[in-house]
Design a protein around this ligand. Structure first.
Ligand SMILES: [Fe+2]
Ligand SMILES: [Fe+2]
Length: 271
């Protein structure tokens, strides 16, 4: 099986069920060493995300705001927002494996393992959406994650922006959502949402960690200092770190951020 060609097909697949089935097949072959890495493969630049026909895309500020989480409507909005992040993350993990050639086998193994996690995360949340009588595509979404991946076409920039910035921001945001959910009157659905978000939060640390490993690899390969991280963040996110007071210090440390990096992000000594 041709590695990049097959990944391109999976990435472009617009039907979630088909995408997951193709991936499962492909991943088995990869693990059994049955993939052939084509030399001189030129990755495509995609103009639209693979979910473009499922979801209506709107600018981030027009995405419906989360409402009262004790109502089904509020729960659907929350679950849909997280499911969409997971769906986007599937393609981002696949794209990391697809776009950057000539790297050690572990690099591809890492991002395919992440894609497998993201599929599982999406399916978990999708099944809760179904329980609530909704489905993926029912709420308008933004395509900021897709945009971020298309803007970063080098390994170094991609590892900074996707795992080490966007996914790391998720490590800060999820505990805050969990805190809110835990204050609500108990219900079966709220309990299930909490349980799922806790699993996801725990597994996301490893995704950021994988990004950290390959970020450091890219720095070494290009003989640049790891401080380049902040230059790249400044280039793409001039507003920098949005929640300096709510950084998930323990999770970020576990994922490879140094105390001196965390100090810059938090604007104070944190470890
Ligand atoms: Fe995830
Ligand atoms: Fe992730």
């Amino acid at each position: 099986m041709s590695f990049y060609k097959e990944l391109e097909l999976i990435l472009q697949s617009k039907n979630p069920q088909e995408k997951f089935r193709l991936f499962e097949d492909f991943y088995k072959k990869f693990q059994a060493n049955e993939c052939h890495f084509e030399e001189d493969f030129i990755p495509k630049k995609f103009d639209a995300p693979s979910y473009a026909e499922i979801c209506t895309t709107v600018p981030p500020q027009q995405v419906p705001k989360r409402s009262n989480l004790t109502t089904e409507e509020g729960q659907v909005k929350l679950l849909h927002a997280v499911a969409h992040i997971e769906y986007s993350a599937i393609d981002l993990a696949l794209d990391a494996a697809y776009r950057f050639g000539g790297l050690p086998r572990e690099y591809y193994a890492d991002w395919l393992a992440v894609a497998e996690d993201e599929i599982r995360h999406f399916v978990m949340l999708e099944s809760l959406l179904h329980e609530l009588g909704s489905q993926y595509g029912a709420v308008a979404v933004h395509d900021a994650l897709f945009e971020a991946s298309q803007k970063t076409q080098t390994l170094l920039e991609r590892m900074v922006v996707v795992p080490r910035y966007l996914e790391a921001n998720g490590l800060d945001a999820t505990p805050m959502i969990l805190k809110k959910l835990k204050k609500l009157p108990k219900s079966q659905m709220i309990e299930k949402i909490i349980e799922n978000l806790e699993i996801i939060l725990d597994e996301e640390v490893d995704h950021v960690k994988k990004g950290d490993v390959w970020f450091k690899y890219a720095c070494e390969r290009e003989s640049v200092s790891e401080d380049v991280y902040f230059d790249i963040i400044a280039k793409y996110y001039p507003r920098g770190f949005l929640r300096p007071n709510d950084l998930n210090i323990d999770a970020r440390k576990e994922a490879g951020f140094s105390c001196s990096e965390l100090k810059v992000m938090a604007k104070r000594e944190v470890c």
